[in-house]
Design a protein around this ligand. Structure first.
Ligand code: SF4
Length: 589
């Protein structure tokens, strides 16, 4: 183990978190590195905002080469681990190589130690968290861990913090498993540096008022959680149902945030220092799906619900809870299940292969039972563990996998929101709403209302969101903040913390630099224009019913404009663009 120090000039170029992570990854990994081999690196990063008074800054970012996509693997997570890592004296952790036997890392007040995790290997994330805290006699230690899914290199394996917060998507949990690293525990009390305390206090006050006044961050999310979106997205006809065969789910009300609030909600829950508290604590006492603890958020409800045509809220909550305990991302898992159900209904999967499992849309037992089988790779679970793309390829119907660049799509059918279609297609990470959330302007009217079926001008919006979200993940705070505050408020708080005196344009330029560097990383791995696309279903099959009826994604109308705005050609940054951003050395120019 050794400490490394980062040059302040490099921090100014890449901010921290995701930006610094991709810089380290592109410098230190050779193209073609096996993501599950010891040469891959796994980074846990914080940023200058993490753990400060900046609202929603209780987060951390994980960066690696993804075994699921072969491209950039990264994922942002809430909870308490991020701030505690900084309080313990570290801005980030770089995991290299592979342990000879299961281990965990214990970091306390600037000291790091590797300890045996043999007794926790095979356990779920909850058992590992509890056991490690007890062993360390550190009840306030903050812990990230993997479950059996990560240990068994499952392609929807996540890293879990605080039992219910997941660093999901792109299979970072499998990379952690490949290194035989069960967990990381941190504890610290260090005061974080802030350049101008008075200026930060004023800027935070302004931002906090805006959080309170926003109908989304001040009312909807605290009251109903992210599941407030279920009814809204369904009302507009873009709630993907039966593996994106339609955008209308007739029983949306039964699984909505409003229904959760009326039936099983115990209370809301916040990540460290967050005024929004979109997390849910729920209790179900009714058999067979009794459960108490973390409740599902919108994306998980969709993946385990409409995607699989399931309206049994208790089964959805149970399956989501099992995903947390087994260390799986419910979004990738549920998307893959929906794909498997369609494959099965189309006769592509034999009965023998399913081993008695009734794999059809609408069967709630399937989504619960397959959590175990997937995490432990038992029977047909071994096929779900492949992820949607490889599963559909294996059964001879690749067109039925709803993914981009190998990552399963989330909970918005882009035929009902054209900009979101461009966002999915051009995401460096793959099918994802966390690179750009065009649902904000196209559906919720935030920061302003756009025509959701128009294509004109959407490229600029997508680029701006991509650049802004790159700065959120690099300064490291929650993207939900952007429902209430925008670039000027963010830059004001960041300047007070760092003393940089940036303009809004400089902040977005840093985001552009980070996004472009990620693009260079995936270009090196063979990704280009051919991968900036969507599943055929979304491009060719008009939405069959509902308020988005008749629409497909008109990607061709937006992609050329997007590349021009980015300064890319055929999905690759031009030398001129790299020069402008100071990135030539990463392309050997
Ligand atoms: S808005 Fe929700 S996810 Fe984001 S930091 Fe707050 S509680 Fe966590």
């Amino acid at each position: 183990m050794r400490d490394e120090f980062v040059d302040e000039d490099e921090v100014k170029l890449f901010i921290g978190g995701r930006g610094l992570g991709v810089k380290i990854l592109i410098e230190e990994l050779k193209p073609g590195t096996d993501p599950l081999g010891p040469e891959n690196k796994l980074l846990f990063m914080t940023g200058p905002a993490t753990g400060t008074a900046f609202p929603t800054s209780g987060r951390f970012h994980v960066i690696t080469k993804s075994p699921q996509t072969g491209g950039i693997g990264d994922t942002n997570c809430g909870g308490t681990f991020g701030p505690e890592l900084r309080f313990a004296g570290y801005e980030g952790i770089i995991i290299e190589g592979k342990a000879a036997e299961p281990v965990y890392l214990w970091i306390r007040e600037g000291e790091a130690e590797i300890r045996s995790a043999k007794r926790y290997w095979g356990k779920g994330t909850w058992g590992a968290e509890d056991g490690i805290r007890k062993e360390l006699e550190a009840p306030n230690a903050k812990i990230v861990s993997i479950g059996p899914a990560g240990e068994n290199l499952v392609m929807c394996a996540a890293i879990i913090n605080d039992k219910h917060r997941a660093a999901g998507g792109t299979a970072a949990g499998a990379v952690m498993g490949s290194k035989q690293l069960k967990a990381i525990a941190v504890r610290g009390t260090k005061k974080l540096p802030v350049a101008d305390e008075k200026k930060l206090k004023e800027a935070v006050q302004t931002a906090s008022n805006m959080f309170r006044e926003s109908r989304i961050t001040g009312q909807s999310l605290p009251t109903y959680g992210t599941a407030i979106a279920v009814n809204i997205i369904n009302k507009y006809g873009l709630l993907p149902t039966r593996n994106f065969q339609t955008g209308v789910f007739p029983a949306a009300e039964k699984i909505s945030g409003e229904t959760i609030a009326k039936t099983i909600l115990v209370k809301g829950k916040a990540c460290w220092g967050c005024p929004i508290a979109c997390g849910r604590v729920i209790r179900i006492t009714q058999a067979p799906y009794q459960v108490e603890g973390g409740g599902p958020e919108y994306e998980a409800i969709w993946a385990l619900g409409p995607q699989c045509y399931i309206d049994d809220l208790n089964a959805i909550v149970k399956a989501n809870n099992l995903c947390d305990e087994l260390g799986m991302d419910p979004v990738s898992y549920g998307n893959t299940l929906g794909c498997a159900m369609e494959l099965s209904e189309r006769g592509k999967i034999s009965k023998e292969k399913l081993g008695g499992l009734e794999l059809k849309f609408g069967n709630p037992q399937a989504i619960v039972e397959l959590t175990w089988r997937t995490a432990y790779r038992l029977g047909f679970g071994d096929d779900i563990a492949l992820g949607a793309k490889r599963l559909a390829e294996k059964y001879g119907a690749p067109e039925l996998a709803m993914h981009v660049k190998g990552l399963e799509l989330p909970a918005y059918d882009p035929r009902g929101a054209q900009g979101q279609g461009l966002a999915y297609a051009t995401s460096n990470r793959g099918g994802c709403h966390l690179r750009t959330y065009m649902i904000g302007p196209e559906i919720f009217g935030v920061p302003q209302q756009l025509d959701r079926f128009a294509t004109k001008g959407k490229a600029q919006w997508v680029k701006t969101f991509q650049d802004l979200f790159a700065t959120c993940d690099s300064a490291v705070f929650c993207k939900s903040a952007t429902f209430a505050i925008w670039v000027p408020e963010i830059v004001e708080m960041l300047n007070a913390i760092t003393g940089w005196n940036w303009s809004s344009d400089e902040l977005l330029k840093a985001g552009d630099r980070i996004y472009t560097l990620e693009r260079l990383f995936i270009n090196r791995e063979g990704f280009g224009r051919k991968d900036d696309t969507l599943p055929k279903r979304l491009l060719k099959e008009p939405m069959p019913e509902g308020p988005s009826k008749g629409h497909v994604v008109k990607l061709g109308a937006m992609l050329g404009e997007y590349y021009a705005l980015r300064g890319w050609k055929d999905g690759k940054p031009t030398p001129e663009k790299l020069k402008e951003l100071g990135l030539c050395k990463y392309a050997n120019l």
